[in-house]
Write a protein that binds this ligand. Sequence first.
Ligand SMILES: Nc1ncnc2c1ncn2[C@@H]1O[C@H](COP(=O)(O)OP(=O)(O)O)[C@@H](O)[C@H]1O
Ligand SMILES: [Mg+2]
Length: 277
Amino acid sequence: MDETRSSTTPGSLDPVLARLDPDRGRPAQVLETVGLNLAFGSKTVISGVNIGFQRGTITALIGPTGSGKSTFLRTLNRMNDKVYSFRHEGEVLLDAESIWSPRQDLLSLRRRVGMLFQRPNPFPMSIRDNVVAGVKAHGIARGKQLDVVAETRLREVGLWDAVKDRLHDSPYRLSGGQQQLLCLARALAVGPEVLLLDEPTSALDPLSTEAVEAMLRQMTPALTLIVVTHNLGQARRLSDQTMFFYDGRLVEHGPTAQLFDAPREATTQRYVHGLIG
Ligand SMILES: Nc1ncnc2c1ncn2[C@@H]1O[C@H](COP(=O)(O)OP(=O)(O)O)[C@@H](O)[C@H]1O
Ligand SMILES: [Mg+2]
Protein backbone atom coordinates (compact mmCIF):
# COMPACT_ATOMS: atom_id res chain seq x y z
CA MET A 1 0.00 0.00 0.00
CA ASP A 2 1.29 3.39 -0.94
CA GLU A 3 0.61 5.98 1.68
CA THR A 4 2.86 8.82 0.61
CA ARG A 5 1.28 12.21 0.12
CA SER A 6 0.30 12.96 -3.43
CA SER A 7 1.20 16.64 -3.33
CA THR A 8 4.45 17.68 -4.94
CA THR A 9 6.42 19.82 -2.56
CA PRO A 10 10.09 20.61 -3.19
CA GLY A 11 12.14 18.38 -0.95
CA SER A 12 14.48 21.17 0.08
CA LEU A 13 11.77 23.27 1.75
CA ASP A 14 11.14 23.05 5.43
CA PRO A 15 8.32 20.49 5.66
CA VAL A 16 6.17 22.80 7.77
CA LEU A 17 6.58 25.73 5.39
CA ALA A 18 5.96 23.46 2.44
CA ARG A 19 2.57 22.58 3.83
CA LEU A 20 1.45 26.19 4.06
CA ASP A 21 -0.49 27.87 1.31
CA PRO A 22 1.76 30.93 0.62
CA ASP A 23 -1.18 33.20 -0.21
CA ARG A 24 -3.26 32.67 2.87
CA GLY A 25 -1.00 31.06 5.42
CA ARG A 26 -3.33 28.08 5.59
CA PRO A 27 -2.32 24.47 5.13
CA ALA A 28 -2.11 23.61 1.41
CA GLN A 29 -4.06 20.47 2.23
CA VAL A 30 -7.58 21.56 3.08
CA LEU A 31 -8.39 18.10 4.43
CA GLU A 32 -6.06 15.41 5.67
CA THR A 33 -6.65 11.97 7.17
CA VAL A 34 -4.12 10.50 9.57
CA GLY A 35 -4.18 6.77 10.33
CA LEU A 36 -7.90 6.69 9.68
CA ASN A 37 -9.69 3.46 10.61
CA LEU A 38 -13.47 3.24 10.26
CA ALA A 39 -15.79 0.49 11.48
CA PHE A 40 -19.43 -0.36 12.01
CA GLY A 41 -19.51 -2.40 15.19
CA SER A 42 -16.81 -5.04 14.92
CA LYS A 43 -16.63 -4.81 11.11
CA THR A 44 -13.69 -2.71 9.93
CA VAL A 45 -14.60 -0.91 6.73
CA ILE A 46 -11.59 1.38 6.18
CA SER A 47 -8.09 0.79 7.53
CA GLY A 48 -5.03 2.96 7.82
CA VAL A 49 -5.78 5.74 5.36
CA ASN A 50 -3.30 8.64 5.27
CA ILE A 51 -4.17 11.10 2.55
CA GLY A 52 -4.17 14.84 1.95
CA PHE A 53 -6.58 16.77 -0.27
CA GLN A 54 -4.91 19.72 -1.95
CA ARG A 55 -6.97 22.90 -1.90
CA GLY A 56 -8.71 23.69 -5.18
CA THR A 57 -8.39 20.25 -6.77
CA ILE A 58 -10.81 17.47 -7.76
CA THR A 59 -10.16 14.01 -6.33
CA ALA A 60 -12.04 10.94 -7.57
CA LEU A 61 -12.63 7.97 -5.26
CA ILE A 62 -12.98 4.75 -7.23
CA GLY A 63 -13.24 1.07 -6.35
CA PRO A 64 -15.74 -1.82 -6.33
CA THR A 65 -19.05 -1.68 -4.46
CA GLY A 66 -18.49 -2.27 -0.78
CA SER A 67 -14.87 -1.12 -0.82
CA GLY A 68 -15.64 1.66 1.67
CA LYS A 69 -15.75 4.75 -0.57
CA SER A 70 -19.02 6.15 0.77
CA THR A 71 -18.08 5.42 4.36
CA PHE A 72 -14.79 7.26 3.87
CA LEU A 73 -16.48 10.19 2.11
CA ARG A 74 -19.30 10.53 4.65
CA THR A 75 -16.81 10.57 7.50
CA LEU A 76 -15.21 13.75 6.14
CA ASN A 77 -18.14 15.89 7.30
CA ARG A 78 -19.21 13.58 10.10
CA MET A 79 -22.25 12.17 8.32
CA ASN A 80 -21.54 8.76 9.89
CA ASP A 81 -21.52 10.06 13.45
CA LYS A 82 -25.25 9.52 13.78
CA VAL A 83 -24.91 5.82 12.93
CA TYR A 84 -24.95 4.13 16.33
CA SER A 85 -22.41 1.40 15.52
CA PHE A 86 -19.97 3.75 13.75
CA ARG A 87 -16.45 3.86 15.22
CA HIS A 88 -13.43 5.86 14.11
CA GLU A 89 -9.76 5.87 15.02
CA GLY A 90 -7.18 8.32 13.75
CA GLU A 91 -7.89 11.82 12.59
CA VAL A 92 -9.52 13.91 9.93
CA LEU A 93 -8.02 17.40 9.89
CA LEU A 94 -9.78 20.36 8.31
CA ASP A 95 -7.31 23.23 7.98
CA ALA A 96 -5.13 21.29 10.41
CA GLU A 97 -7.85 21.03 13.08
CA SER A 98 -9.64 17.80 13.98
CA ILE A 99 -13.22 17.64 12.73
CA TRP A 100 -14.02 15.91 16.04
CA SER A 101 -12.44 18.64 18.15
CA PRO A 102 -14.82 19.93 20.85
CA ARG A 103 -14.24 23.41 19.36
CA GLN A 104 -15.68 22.24 16.06
CA ASP A 105 -19.36 23.05 15.68
CA LEU A 106 -21.20 20.48 13.55
CA LEU A 107 -23.32 23.05 11.75
CA SER A 108 -20.32 25.16 10.73
CA LEU A 109 -18.37 22.03 9.77
CA ARG A 110 -21.19 21.06 7.39
CA ARG A 111 -21.23 24.58 6.05
CA ARG A 112 -17.52 24.36 5.24
CA VAL A 113 -17.69 20.78 3.98
CA GLY A 114 -20.92 20.35 2.01
CA MET A 115 -22.38 17.25 0.39
CA LEU A 116 -24.25 16.25 -2.75
CA PHE A 117 -25.88 12.81 -2.83
CA GLN A 118 -26.53 10.24 -5.52
CA ARG A 119 -30.25 10.93 -5.73
CA PRO A 120 -31.32 14.54 -6.03
CA ASN A 121 -33.03 15.43 -2.75
CA PRO A 122 -34.80 18.77 -3.10
CA PHE A 123 -36.68 19.81 0.03
CA PRO A 124 -40.51 19.95 -0.08
CA MET A 125 -40.60 23.71 -0.66
CA SER A 126 -40.40 26.01 -3.67
CA ILE A 127 -37.44 26.07 -6.06
CA ARG A 128 -36.37 29.45 -4.71
CA ASP A 129 -36.70 28.38 -1.07
CA ASN A 130 -34.60 25.28 -1.79
CA VAL A 131 -31.68 27.38 -2.98
CA VAL A 132 -31.73 29.65 0.08
CA ALA A 133 -32.64 27.03 2.72
CA GLY A 134 -29.09 26.76 4.10
CA VAL A 135 -28.44 30.49 3.73
CA LYS A 136 -31.49 31.19 5.91
CA ALA A 137 -30.60 28.51 8.45
CA HIS A 138 -27.09 29.95 8.84
CA GLY A 139 -28.36 33.54 8.93
CA ILE A 140 -26.09 34.46 6.01
CA ALA A 141 -28.72 36.60 4.27
CA ARG A 142 -32.35 37.57 4.72
CA GLY A 143 -35.28 39.39 3.18
CA LYS A 144 -34.68 40.71 -0.34
CA GLN A 145 -31.05 39.54 -0.24
CA LEU A 146 -32.36 35.99 -0.45
CA ASP A 147 -33.75 36.65 -3.93
CA VAL A 148 -30.34 37.87 -5.04
CA VAL A 149 -28.68 34.78 -3.58
CA ALA A 150 -31.23 32.51 -5.30
CA GLU A 151 -30.71 34.16 -8.69
CA THR A 152 -26.91 34.20 -8.39
CA ARG A 153 -26.67 30.54 -7.45
CA LEU A 154 -29.21 29.41 -10.05
CA ARG A 155 -27.27 31.28 -12.72
CA GLU A 156 -24.06 29.74 -11.44
CA VAL A 157 -25.35 26.21 -12.05
CA GLY A 158 -26.93 27.15 -15.37
CA LEU A 159 -30.51 26.69 -14.19
CA TRP A 160 -31.75 30.28 -14.09
CA ASP A 161 -33.32 30.45 -17.55
CA ALA A 162 -35.13 27.17 -17.03
CA VAL A 163 -36.66 28.12 -13.68
CA LYS A 164 -36.87 31.93 -13.52
CA ASP A 165 -40.60 31.90 -14.31
CA ARG A 166 -41.43 29.20 -11.79
CA LEU A 167 -39.33 30.05 -8.76
CA HIS A 168 -42.31 29.52 -6.49
CA ASP A 169 -43.26 26.14 -7.96
CA SER A 170 -42.41 22.75 -6.53
CA PRO A 171 -38.96 21.40 -7.54
CA TYR A 172 -40.35 17.91 -8.10
CA ARG A 173 -41.53 18.62 -11.63
CA LEU A 174 -38.00 19.46 -12.75
CA SER A 175 -36.05 16.73 -14.56
CA GLY A 176 -33.65 14.61 -12.51
CA GLY A 177 -30.69 16.51 -13.90
CA GLN A 178 -32.28 19.86 -13.08
CA GLN A 179 -33.10 18.67 -9.56
CA GLN A 180 -29.46 17.70 -9.05
CA LEU A 181 -28.32 21.13 -10.29
CA LEU A 182 -30.80 22.69 -7.86
CA CYS A 183 -29.26 20.68 -5.00
CA LEU A 184 -25.85 21.83 -6.22
CA ALA A 185 -27.04 25.46 -6.13
CA ARG A 186 -28.31 24.89 -2.58
CA ALA A 187 -24.97 23.36 -1.52
CA LEU A 188 -23.00 26.23 -3.09
CA ALA A 189 -25.18 28.93 -1.57
CA VAL A 190 -23.65 28.58 1.91
CA GLY A 191 -20.14 29.07 0.51
CA PRO A 192 -18.47 25.73 1.28
CA GLU A 193 -14.72 25.19 0.98
CA VAL A 194 -15.06 21.51 0.19
CA LEU A 195 -17.86 19.66 -1.57
CA LEU A 196 -18.28 15.90 -1.10
CA LEU A 197 -20.15 14.16 -3.92
CA ASP A 198 -21.31 10.55 -3.73
CA GLU A 199 -21.95 9.25 -7.26
CA PRO A 200 -23.59 12.57 -8.14
CA THR A 201 -24.54 11.61 -11.70
CA SER A 202 -25.30 7.91 -11.47
CA ALA A 203 -29.06 8.56 -11.45
CA LEU A 204 -28.85 10.96 -14.41
CA ASP A 205 -29.03 10.58 -18.18
CA PRO A 206 -25.88 11.27 -20.27
CA LEU A 207 -26.82 14.85 -21.18
CA SER A 208 -27.56 15.83 -17.57
CA THR A 209 -24.37 14.08 -16.52
CA GLU A 210 -22.44 16.24 -18.96
CA ALA A 211 -24.12 19.39 -17.60
CA VAL A 212 -23.28 18.48 -13.99
CA GLU A 213 -19.68 17.56 -14.89
CA ALA A 214 -19.22 20.87 -16.70
CA MET A 215 -20.46 22.71 -13.58
CA LEU A 216 -18.14 20.76 -11.32
CA ARG A 217 -15.11 21.55 -13.46
CA GLN A 218 -15.88 25.27 -13.25
CA MET A 219 -15.95 25.14 -9.46
CA THR A 220 -12.24 24.61 -9.05
CA PRO A 221 -9.95 26.10 -7.93
CA ALA A 222 -12.40 28.11 -5.80
CA LEU A 223 -13.62 24.86 -4.24
CA THR A 224 -12.11 21.49 -3.41
CA LEU A 225 -14.15 18.56 -4.72
CA ILE A 226 -14.06 14.93 -3.59
CA VAL A 227 -16.18 12.72 -5.83
CA VAL A 228 -17.07 9.04 -5.44
CA THR A 229 -17.79 7.63 -8.86
CA HIS A 230 -18.43 4.26 -10.45
CA ASN A 231 -17.90 5.83 -13.80
CA LEU A 232 -14.21 5.47 -14.63
CA GLY A 233 -14.61 7.75 -17.64
CA GLN A 234 -15.94 10.41 -15.33
CA ALA A 235 -13.02 10.00 -12.93
CA ARG A 236 -10.65 10.46 -15.87
CA ARG A 237 -12.46 13.46 -17.34
CA LEU A 238 -13.01 15.26 -14.09
CA SER A 239 -10.32 14.64 -11.53
CA ASP A 240 -6.78 15.78 -10.87
CA GLN A 241 -6.10 13.00 -8.37
CA THR A 242 -7.62 9.54 -8.03
CA MET A 243 -7.78 7.26 -5.00
CA PHE A 244 -8.40 3.55 -5.60
CA PHE A 245 -10.06 1.69 -2.73
CA TYR A 246 -10.24 -2.08 -2.58
CA ASP A 247 -11.65 -4.05 0.32
CA GLY A 248 -11.33 -1.18 2.79
CA ARG A 249 -7.78 -0.27 1.87
CA LEU A 250 -6.49 2.67 -0.11
CA VAL A 251 -4.49 0.58 -2.57
CA GLU A 252 -3.10 3.41 -4.63
CA HIS A 253 -3.49 7.12 -5.23
CA GLY A 254 -1.86 9.69 -7.43
CA PRO A 255 -2.39 11.96 -10.42
CA THR A 256 -5.38 10.62 -12.37
CA ALA A 257 -3.56 10.06 -15.68
CA GLN A 258 -0.81 8.12 -13.91
CA LEU A 259 -3.21 5.95 -11.92
CA PHE A 260 -5.12 4.98 -15.06
CA ASP A 261 -2.27 4.70 -17.56
CA ALA A 262 0.61 3.50 -15.41
CA PRO A 263 -0.74 2.10 -12.14
CA ARG A 264 1.85 0.79 -9.71
CA GLU A 265 -0.30 -1.97 -8.23
CA ALA A 266 -1.58 -5.04 -10.07
CA THR A 267 -5.00 -4.70 -8.39
CA THR A 268 -5.35 -1.14 -9.66
CA GLN A 269 -4.44 -2.25 -13.15
CA ARG A 270 -7.04 -5.02 -13.10
CA TYR A 271 -9.72 -2.64 -11.81
CA VAL A 272 -9.10 0.16 -14.30
CA HIS A 273 -9.08 -2.41 -17.12
CA GLY A 274 -12.46 -3.73 -16.03
CA LEU A 275 -11.18 -7.16 -14.96
CA ILE A 276 -12.48 -6.84 -11.39
CA GLY A 277 -15.20 -4.87 -9.63
N1 LIG B 1 -24.63 2.26 8.26
C1 LIG B 1 -23.95 1.12 8.13
N2 LIG B 1 -24.03 0.14 9.05
C2 LIG B 1 -23.33 -1.02 8.92
N3 LIG B 1 -22.53 -1.28 7.87
C3 LIG B 1 -22.41 -0.37 6.90
C4 LIG B 1 -23.11 0.89 6.97
N4 LIG B 1 -22.78 1.61 5.88
C5 LIG B 1 -21.93 0.84 5.14
N5 LIG B 1 -21.71 -0.34 5.76
C6 LIG B 1 -20.82 -1.42 5.27
O1 LIG B 1 -19.55 -0.88 5.02
C7 LIG B 1 -18.97 -1.49 3.87
C8 LIG B 1 -18.54 -0.41 2.90
O2 LIG B 1 -19.68 0.20 2.38
P1 LIG B 1 -19.64 1.55 1.55
O3 LIG B 1 -18.78 2.52 2.24
O4 LIG B 1 -21.05 1.94 1.27
O5 LIG B 1 -18.90 1.06 0.21
P2 LIG B 1 -18.91 1.71 -1.27
O6 LIG B 1 -19.42 3.10 -1.19
O7 LIG B 1 -17.50 1.60 -1.73
O8 LIG B 1 -19.81 0.83 -2.10
C9 LIG B 1 -20.01 -2.44 3.31
O9 LIG B 1 -19.69 -3.73 3.74
C10 LIG B 1 -21.29 -1.95 3.92
O10 LIG B 1 -22.20 -3.01 4.09
MG1 LIG C 1 -21.10 4.03 -2.08
